[in-house]
Design a protein around this ligand. Structure first.
Ligand code: ADP
Ligand code: MG
Length: 392
């Protein structure tokens, strides 16, 4: 296999910080979520796909009982003894720099019973997934490391168990209360397909997108406005959903249907009601998108993407003017549909665009951003791609 620049960077970093040749090279992709936003932690449905941007982990076993992690994005190599991996957990989190809690949190989640014979591991990480843009560089680093440790520690876990370890790292070691969608997309993705996930049962199904045949591409419009999932609005929205479910007497908002919304409007204050309405209607839109893809192919999903964006803008209130401008302009310039993707408050929008219109859409969005006085967006195409794998 011919290795791309990020893969080579991981190997070069390995040589520079750890020395010699790694035992192997593993990678996991970022993802975009085609539709189904803030439904994952409500036990609902999502439809992400893995993208052709990946995080690589060049790794090897070591005789010393410690884990060493290095990243091209960080100056410092971080080292923790296997019997001290609980350093990444909440009460002692400050002991380890934030970025290292992603890979070390995965290691900690995978340390099954602190088996005395587990070898140490050295990992060097490089990535071409943009960080903090809503493309889930966090799941990519977690899943690349999970795939590496699964082999180096001979755990032989299935992909869902590895995804769970990634989520545990993010929730417990980093302290970001995210769901499991990103990790499952990074683990289960397939070329020209999306991963339809039931976040309650964790059942998944690969759904053909048919983008290739229809000449459709996906344009990511990265606003450059960064967000942190560990703080602020994301947590508040999550709490609002828990509150809504409690008032409605259900385990999770997944248990409500569009027919329950009239009762929700009576029982909840206006803001809580709108949060609930977003989740309930978004679940419906995911199911409708899957049905539309199966019955008619991708040409008919545009309106569902736009309705999803409107719901996030007006009901869930997680969009920002840059994202609204990106969506409106993309559609006016020829996209069949567009929406913000990811947790919100920044990050990226996606637009599904006939390939011949990609340049028009990019130019129009760039001009609209300039006219509004926003920082220039970064637009790039992504292709639905395979999930975590061993590359060398
Ligand atoms: P997103 O997942 O949308 O990119 P997050 O805030 O969830 O944004 O995760 C980004 C964080 O993940 C970074 O701030 C960093 O701590 C960590 N991270 C992701 N990729 C890498 C990498 N290649 N090297 C080091 N840390 C990384
Ligand atoms: Mg993330």
């Amino acid at each position: 296999m011919i290795l791309g620049p990020a893969a080579r960077d991981a190997r070069d970093l390995f040589a520079a910080t750890i020395g010699g040749e790694p035992a192997g090279l593993w990678s996991a992709p970022g993802r975009v979520n085609l539709i189904g936003e803030h439904t994952d932690y409500n036990d609902g449905f999502v439809l992400p796909f893995a993208i052709d941007r990946r995080t690589y982990a060049a790794a090897t076993r070591s005789a010393e009982r410690r884990i060493r992690v290095a990243s091209t994005l960080e100056a410092e190599t971080v080292e923790v003894r296997l019997d001290e991996l609980d350093l990444v957990f909440p009460d002692r989190r400050e002991a380890v720099p934030e970025w290292a809690r992603y890979p070390l949190g995965v290691a900690s989640a995978l340390l099954p019973e602190r088996d005395a014979d587990l070898p140490g591991v050295d990992v060097a990480i490089a990535s071409d997934v943009p960080v903090g843009s809503g493309l889930s560089s966090s799941a990519a680093i977690e899943c690349a490391v999970a795939a590496a440790l699964d082999e180096l520690w001979e755990l032989d876990l299935d992909r869902i168990a590895l995804a769970r370890a990634g989520r545990l790292a993010e929730n417990e070691a980093v302290g970001a209360p995210t769901g499991i969608m990103d990790q499952l997309a990074a683990m289960l993705g397939r070329a020209d397909a999306a991963v339809f996930l039931d976040c309650r049962s964790l059942e998944s199904e690969v759904i053909d997108l048919g983008f290739r045949e229809q000449g459709l591409g996906t344009l990511v419009i990265d606003t450059g406005v960064t967000h942190s999932h560990a703080t602020g609005g994301y947590r508040e929205r999550r709490e609002a959903c828990e509150h809504g479910a409690a008032v409605m007497g259900v385990t999770a908002l997944r248990d409500l249907s569009v027919d329950d919304l009239a009762r929700a409007a009576e029982l909840l204050d206006d803001a809580s009601f709108r949060r609930v309405r977003h989740v309930v209607t978004e679940n419906r839109r995911v199911l409708d998108t899957v049905e539309a893809l199966r019955a008619h192919g991708p040409g008919t999903i545009g309106d569902l993407l736009l309705a999803s964006h409107a719901s996030m803008r007006d009901d869930f209130e997680i969009s920002i003017p840059e994202l609204d401008t990106a969506v409106e302009t993309a559609v006016a310039a020829g996209a069949i549909g567009a929406r913000m993707t990811g947790g919100g408050f920044g990050g990226a929008a996606i637009a599904v665009v006939p390939s011949e219109s990609t340049k028009d859409v990019t130019d129009a969005v760039t001009e609209a951003f300039a006219a509004s006085g926003f920082s220039a967006p970064r637009c790039f195409s992504v292709t639905p791609s395979d999930g975590a794998r061993r590359d060398a």
